[in-house]
Write a protein that binds this ligand. Sequence first.
Ligand SMILES: Nc1ncnc2c1ncn2[C@@H]1O[C@H](COP(=O)(O)OP(=O)(O)OP(=O)(O)O)[C@@H](O)[C@H]1O
Ligand SMILES: [Mg+2]
Length: 223
Amino acid sequence: MIQAQDLYYEINHHHNQLRILHGLNLSITSGEQVAIIGSSGSGKSTLLSLLAGLDVPTRGNVLVNGQLFSSLNEDGRAAVRAKYMGFVFQSFQLLPALTALENVMLPLQLNGTANARALSMAALNKVGLRERTSHYPKQLSGGEQQRVAIARAFATAPAILFADEPTGNLDHATGQMIIDLLFGLNKEAGTTLVLVTHDVELANRCERKLQLSQGVLTEVGQA
Ligand SMILES: Nc1ncnc2c1ncn2[C@@H]1O[C@H](COP(=O)(O)OP(=O)(O)OP(=O)(O)O)[C@@H](O)[C@H]1O
Ligand SMILES: [Mg+2]
């Protein structure tokens, strides 16, 4: 489904070269559930943004379905992303001028899906936000914004769902609901899950756990 080959990501910051990813390799097959763990600043969000083509590596390749992805231009990557990927960011990234419903509808409309409104209502209902569809992001709590972002990500039924700390801003019960939803998608639709998380319970539910440290990934045995 998705592969990273000898991935490097370096940033020049105030004349210091920061090596974030350093020859990282990864292969995720279709339908897998993968947790990526690692300390703060280890490069987890950076890795997800490279896998989703939101940024490009300094060196190395990302392949999607065996095709070179990271070397496509921005429009090319956006097209592949729209077709296959859903993304839940650490910082929600909801559009402030759109209501919760409109935020969820947007990627469906961009994909030309016919019943965007009904699908979006159903997605918001699933994350427990039936009563908040006409709220703007600033009228929603942090956890509610996160749930809108999650509804937006899975409404398009992506083949692969990337989520950065999906339970980070949620209380235990709501977090549990989101986890069940994510694993339900994996089971019913075969959605590949790639989850960055500090949540031990969530990480332990995944088939694979990968630890990011010193710019590379290592498989971690199940606890
Ligand atoms: N544009 C940038 N300029 C300078 N440094 C950056 C930039 N983007 C990321 N970094 C640095 O890269 C490192 C990795 O950042 P990243 O956000 O990927 O970490 P993370 O593992 O997701 O951490 P957290 O668990 O806190 O979210 C950090 O030390 C960060 O300061
Ligand atoms: Mg992060």
